[in-house]
Design a protein around this ligand. Structure first.
Ligand SMILES: Nc1nc2c(ncn2[C@@H]2O[C@H](COP(=O)(O)OP(=O)(O)O)[C@@H](O)[C@H]2O)c(=O)[nH]1
Ligand SMILES: [Mg+2]
Length: 190
């Protein structure tokens, strides 16, 4: 989380305090709070430090400059930003983040439901025992989510074709759609 500050002693403490750190822990999300301070003349840095934030001083002027410096120093892989003046709902950011992550981890995958896959059997070992995968339709998205989000596995979606089906559809678009959604939600939030 990156918060640029310039003389924000009135808002910075309230901003940091409003973050529900317990919810981050519950989700196993490491939270790094970075203050990029532009040489505040007030107690901004003191207050932020007392609340566990990392302080980066950026003497060069500008809001964008502060973010550029903060982003380059951040150690996590998801960046969350906002003013340090208590205007943004950081008290809800864990919920917004859960929703955003659902979108993010599918972002490089246009078709999460495709059932034609090519993979090295070895790659499965980097994920989990085969038996731990979902027994139902969510198996399809699970295998792709796990493969595509694993940094040690190289993945690529290849544009392909889909012909009209022979025989009756087994997938029930509505109930399976709901099941898939519930599955995705649980997987991400838990
Ligand atoms: N480090 C740094 N932070 C800045 C600078 N200018 C603004 N900020 C911070 O950037 C955030 C946005 O500024 P703010 O005055 O709230 O802009 P507004 O919400 O658009 O009115 C606040 O947390 C400011 O303290 C700057 O030059 N350097
Ligand atoms: Mg503001």
């Amino acid at each position: 989380m990156i918060l640029p500050t310039l003389n924000e002693e009135k808002g910075v403490g309230k901003t940091i305090d409003s973050i529900k750190t317990d919810s981050f822990k519950k989700n196993n999300w490491n939270l790094e709070i970075i203050i990029v301070d532009g040489e505040s003349k007030d107690k901004t840095r003191e207050i932020a430090k007392s609340k566990g934030a990392k302080i980066i001083i950026e003497k060069r002027k500008g809001y964008g400059r502060a973010y550029k410096t903060g982003i380059s120093k951040a150690t996590g892989d998801i960046i969350v930003t906002g003013d340090a003046d208590a205007t943004y709902p950081f008290d809800r950011i864990h919920l917004i983040l859960a929703l955003a992550l659902k979108v993010l981890f599918l972002i490089n995958l246009r078709d999460s439901q495709s059932g034609m896959w090519i993979f090295r059997k070895e790659a499965l070992k980097k994920i989990q025992p085969l038996e731990d995968f979902n027994d139902g339709m969510p198996f399809s998205e699970e295998i792709k989510i796990e493969m595509f989000s694993n940094k040690n596995i190289k993945t690529k979606e290849i544009p392909s074709a889909l012909y009209a089906r022979e025989g009756d559809v087994k997938l029930q678009s509505f109930t399976d759609g709901i099941k898939n959604f519930k599955y995705l939600f649980k997987k991400r939030v838990n």
